[in-house]
Design a protein around this ligand. Structure first.
Ligand SMILES: [Zn+2]
Length: 425
């Protein structure tokens, strides 16, 4: 859901004339199960469970992730960077922080001293005194401050992890946060325009990214932060234990298309919680179907009755809603208004190109594939024509019979002032 929501950001920026350098990282280094740099390594744990190495686990899920993104027609990033391909950059960044006096060494690794970074926690408006006082659980007594975090963790003595590297401080692996700073700075420079992510990362992960990056470069790390709110499932937080998480395969097994899911993502604003359940997805499906029926008007434009609607202006209005803090529900509401008007007065033959351009623009912006839909077959058109004749001759039994034939071919017919309009069932 988060990736879909940010796909609309990318599409909006592109449609607004920006060129995009978009970096997305694959966290393929195993990290620890808690934010507090304690606990088990999820990747190494998963590898043991599946009887394969951490490298194989990372490869498998990275591939699955990429296929999923393709399935959802999410625009691929300019750079898809793996943490394991950037260990040298991460070590280099830790050395820079060390050179500036921000780090210290304890028995299990190299840590960032958050008390030395004056604006630590500003993004999350953290109350550090309270944090320190409340720090009883999971507090490593060797750490100087509760909020200090690992930049480099040592491999435990006498054990070999699947993933570990040599470093100036000893064999081990990078802390979770450092990969983002190292890769962002490599591909985007010291200051990036927009950093997007999930709302759950504000208090620890993004806070630490800012601290490391700004401590090293002395420059602001990100000009804008966008935080997507949680996706719930049946009103509950998605959790493995609750069994309420779904995959794209589950969606397909319920006969929904990836476009239905895209529509569901459009229906809520990225800063609000979205709820996934099958009836919401069904509602998204029918809303999409009605937009598809609008798009299919392009194959049945009347010769007369020029629609008064200015489609170029309508496209700009929809773009404007997205430019206003990514107002996807507002953009959809505008689109519904346009749809209603077009149903009443469809564009005329003379407006065909304008209409196609409008559909193409919508696709660039929303990715709903409205402009690439095909016409029905000549045989199906003939059935529609014969049905109209039967109706004109008041032979309603024959008309119903012909409608049934069309229904069997998943074509619906609606009789309007402009004659019969077909749509796909
Ligand atoms: Zn990150």
């Amino acid at each position: 859901m988060t990736f879909l929501r940010y796909d609309f950001l990318l599409r909006m920026l592109r449609a607004s004339g920006y060129s995009i350098n978009h970096v997305e990282n694959v966290t393929d280094v195993g990290h620890l199960t808690s934010d507090a740099d304690e606990g088990e390594d999820k990747l190494e744990k998963g590898a043991r469970r599946e009887g394969i190495t951490a490298w194989e686990v990372a490869k498998r899920y990275t591939e699955e992730f990429i296929v999923g993104m393709q399935t959802l027609h999410i625009i691929p990033p300019t750079h898809l960077t793996k943490a394991t391909d950037h260990i040298a950059e991460q070590i280099d960044l830790v050395r820079r922080l060390e050179g500036k006096g921000y780090t210290y060494r304890i028995s299990d690794g190299i840590y960032f001293d958050t008390s030395k970074f004056k604006t630590y926690g500003h993004l999350a408006r953290l109350d550090l005194k309270k944090l320190q006082a409340g720090a009883r659980v999971e507090f490593n007594p060797e750490k100087r401050n509760h909020s200090d975090f690992a930049l480099w963790k040592f491999s435990p003595e006498n054990t070999h992890r699947d993933m570990e590297w040599e470093s100036p401080w000893g064999r081990g692996f990078p802390g979770w946060h450092i990969e983002c700073s190292a890769m962002a700075m490599k591909y985007l420079g010291d200051t990036i325009d927009i950093h997007a992510g999930g709302i759950d990362h504000i208090p620890v992960h993004h806070t630490n990214e800012i601290a490391q990056s700004e401590a090293a470069s002395g420059k602001p790390f990100a000009r804008y932060w966008l935080h997507a709110n949680h996706l719930l499932s049946q009103g509950q937080k998605i959790a493995k234990s609750a069994g309420n998480g779904y995959t794209l395969a589950d969606i397909a097994a319920h006969s929904f298309s990836p476009l239905d899911l895209r529509m569901l993502a459009l229906q809520s604003h990225y800063r609000t919680q979205a709820d996934f359940n099958w009836s919401n997805l069904a509602a998204a499906h029918s809303r999409l179907a009605s937009l598809q029926a609008m798009a299919d008007l392009r194959w049945q434009l009347p010769d007369t009755a020029v629609s008064p609607i200015d489609l170029n202006l309508s496209a700009q209005v929809i773009l404007g809603e997205l430019q206003n803090d990514l107002g996807t529900p507002q953009a959809l509401a505008r689109l519904s208004e346009i749809e209603t008007q077009l149903e009443k007065t469809p564009p005329a033959q003379t407006q065909r190109q304008e209409f196609i351009t409008f559909l193409q623009f919508l696709d660039e912006l929303l990715g709903l594939e409205l402009s690439i839909r095909s016409d029905i077959t000549p045989a199906q058109k003939e059935l529609i024509g014969k049905r109209a004749e039967a109706r004109a001759q008041k032979d309603f039994a024959k008309a119903d019979e012909l409608r049934k034939l069309l229904t069997d071919q998943k074509i619906g017919v609606q009789d309007t002032n402009n004659g019969a309009i077909w749509y796909r069932l």
